[in-house]
Design a binder for this molecule. Structure first.
Ligand SMILES: *Cc1c(COP(=O)(O)O)cnc(C)c1O
Length: 476
């Protein structure tokens, strides 16, 4: 399997090559030259597979440059009951992403039972093992530099801790994370994990990472890499749980399901789109946003209008607070018939601070083929949904998952199973749960006292040179 760029000006690359890179050379995103297809017989065979076997079967279509035996061992090591054991006491850890029935034709797929209690573990744990494998094979090292507002940083650190050839330098805003999120990251004592708390906001941290990555000499000399949401390995890993959800909710391949997905950077639902392009019988992809509704606006009107960072609203589903959706270009590439010239033109406008509107183009008429619908939520909607789900189903959900359920209820068809993807456990966003329900959410035993553990973090001003010096010092 070869990978092409959405902007058409980069040489084709193999899976292992794009795994360690970020953007393609021409500034585009990587995608398979063509989507592998899943036959009816393959789908039937998948019905009796464990999650790890399913992961191997799907990934072997994407990672054709990794020998089958190695890939099988890698997926078996990644998707274990021991790693995904942090779910609610009544969760079935053996399923890895257990499906919970809420009512007739309405399900919740648990994706947040991994080490950091958010769905990002599903992909990041695999990435940790893939990185170690590819780097060891090549005798190389990588220094991952990233900025996080909470979930991505902790998922990356828990996935990369102790991995050979990998160091992580993670910048976070000192004041703007929950005490729980801070404790999750800063309590890690592994020698290859470095937390840097900047005296600023998430955007300041992000700007530092961009500035360091734009210094191409520094980047090459210090082998700087990234694991952000555009990483193809993460998208590919997320395709697996759409298959698992489908197989868990159906008994025969002529049935369809719909998925509802709390969305920010369009990474999670992009994997759903790819699963659908591979032939998985998905009727609707229901995209849910919060008040930062850039994507909802596009799917309702055809206009994609990224916001200025100053216009991003701070919400109670903070992992969806985005100004633009970094994976969205992958979908638009397919929508415009995979014409890289069209994509490059559209993003010329976006990258210079503008927008594009497809409403009056022939592409908009093709939207129906792709099954997308969308909606958005407010803080009041989240509180109401959390209360309703607790009252009706006896289940506490987090704020992001609440956005997914709210929009799912607006768009579901009575006769199609609708699966809402759970993107975090409520323990991560305790304050809003207390506001909604007046009680604290459940926490796994191992995290009961996490805020009291000793913390290892370097506090810095918003200063690019200081971060470079720190990286230099710790990679020598
Ligand atoms: C990252 C995240 C999202 C958004 O996912 P995207 O892939 O960026 O669309 C939603 N909910 C939670 C809890 C997250 O951590």
């Amino acid at each position: 399997m070869q990978y092409i760029s959405t902007r058409g000006q980069s040489p084709q690359l193999g899976f292992s090559d794009i795994l360690l890179g970020g953007l393609m050379q021409d500034g585009g995103l990587s995608l398979p030259a063509e989507y592998p297809q899943v036959t009816d017989a393959e789908l039937t065979a998948m019905r009796s597979m464990s999650y790890a076997e399913l992961a191997f079967t799907i990934l072997s279509k994407f990672a054709t440059d990794i020998p089958a035996d190695d890939l099988r061992a890698l997926t078996a090591r990644t998707y274990t009951e021991q790693v995904y054991c942090n779910g609610r006491p009544d969760s079935d850890a053996k399923q890895i992403t257990p499906l919970r029935r809420l009512e007739n034709n309405l399900y919740l797929q648990e994706l947040s039972n991994g080490p950091t209690l958010a769905f990002k573990d599903m992909a990041m744990q695999l990435l940790g093992n893939l990185f170690e494998y590819v780097l060891t094979k090549r005798g190389e090292e990588i220094n991952i530099l990233g900025a996080t507002s909470g979930d991505t940083g902790s998922a990356a650190e828990y996935a990369m801790r102790g991995k050979r050839g990998v160091r992580v330098f993670m910048l976070s805003p000192r004041e703007n994370m929950s005490a729980f999120q801070r404790a999750q990251m800063y309590s890690l004592q592994d020698a290859n994990i470095f937390n840097i708390a900047v005296r600023g906001m998430f955007d300041d941290a992000q700007d530092i990472v961009k500035a360091v990555s734009n210094d191409l000499d520094f980047k090459a000399q210090h082998k700087i890499g990234a694991v952000n949401s555009i990483n193809w390995g993460r998208v590919a890993a997320q395709v697996i749980y759409y298959f698992k959800g489908y197989l868990s909710a159906t008994t025969s391949n002529d049935q369809e399901v719909s998925f509802a997905v709390p969305s920010g950077n369009f990474g999670n639902i992009c994997a759903g789109h790819i699963a659908r392009m591979m032939g998985l019988p998905i009727r609707k992809l229901i995209l849910a946003t919060n008040e930062n509704n850039v994507l909802d606006e596009f799917f309702r009107t055809g206009a994609y209008k990224p916001r200025k960072t100053a216009d991003v609203k701070v919400t109670s589903s903070p992992s969806m607070d985005i100004s633009k959706a970094s994976n969205f270009e992958r979908f638009i590439f397919d929508l415009v018939g995979r014409d890289p010239k069209v994509v490059a033109d559209l993003w010329k406008a976006v990258d210079s601070g503008g927008y594009f509107d497809l409403a009056a183009t022939p592409y908009w008429a093709r939207m129906e083929e792709f099954g997308f619908v969308s909606g958005s939520s407010s803080h009041a909607d989240r509180l109401a949904t959390i209360r309703r789900v607790y009252k009706d189903y006896g289940l506490m959900i987090d704020t992001h998952t609440a956005d997914g359920i709210k929009v799912a209820l607006e768009h579901r068809d009575a006769d199609t199973p609708t699966i809402v993807l759970e993107t975090a456990l409520p323990a991560k966003f305790e304050e809003t749960i207390i506001e909604a329900l007046g009680e604290k959410p459940w926490r796994p035993e191992s995290m009961r006292n996490i805020e009291a553990l000793p913390q290892r973090v370097e506090v810095m001003e918003v200063d690019v040179q200081a971060v470079k010096d720190f990286v230099k010092q710790h990679t020598a």
